[in-house]
Design a binder for this molecule. Structure first.
Ligand code: IMP
Length: 186
């Protein structure tokens, strides 16, 4: 069985990643460690720096960075999602969206490293920002995100329903497929 070390401080991410990789017969260890997150314009750049910082991990190391992108706000909060949520919570987003299109998407970039080899996997889920927060499941922006075709937020959904379609699950299914193949870095 292949094993990977997922490096992140976020227990919600770890649970989701572990459940997805299990589908591919991949076991996930959790290294609960804060990685440097430079101010950058893209998730790919942030993930690249995180991969630089996990050289101590033996075997396969996995990291990820995610964001909520709202096209009518020029993609904001995007790469600033974590900082924005910590500082402001949801209020200003509802305020800004009163007269703007509520369409939004989550994007995850996952990074895999073993020694000098690296691979990146991307996943997205599209939907819209709800009119008010709802639900206590998940984490982060889950209470305000309604996936396309749903009538409830990620925050109102059980973990397996979110994992069936989420940005993170989509990125890590690609990682799982690669890990289950003979050449994960091709
Ligand atoms: P980061 O990838 O930890 O930098 O996450 C950026 C921000 O988006 C943080 O505030 C997270 O809580 C939030 N976030 C990341 N993934 C998700 C998700 O799956 N659902 C809701 N919020 C998320």
């Amino acid at each position: 069985m292949t094993d990977v070390t997922f490096v992140s401080t976020n227990p919600g991410k770890y649970r989701e990643v572990r459940a997805v990789l299990r589908e591919y017969g991949v076991g996930t260890r959790w290294s609960r460690r804060e990685l440097p997150e430079p101010q950058a314009d893209t998730l790919e750049e942030v993930v690249g720096s995180k991969l630089d910082a996990v050289e101590h991990v033996r075997g396969f190391a996995l990291v990820e960075d995610s964001g909520l992108f709202i096209p009518s706000l020029g993609g904001f909060p995007g790469v600033y999602s974590a900082h924005f949520l910590r500082t402001w919570k949801f209020g200003p987003i509802f305020e800004l969206l009163r007269h703007r299109n509520r369409r939004a998407f989550f994007r995850t970039v996952a990074g895999l490293r073993r020694g000098r080899q690296r691979a990146y996997f991307v996943g997205e889920v599209h939907g819209s920002i709800s009119l008010r927060p709802a639900g206590r499941q998940g984490f982060g922006y889950d209470p305000i995100f309604v996936p396309q075709g749903w009538d409830r937020t990620f925050g109102q959904a059980p973990a397996d329903a979110k994992n069936a379609i989420s940005h993170r699950a989509r990125a890590f299914r690609k990682a799982g497929e690669a890990l289950a193949s003979r050449h994960p870095f091709d």
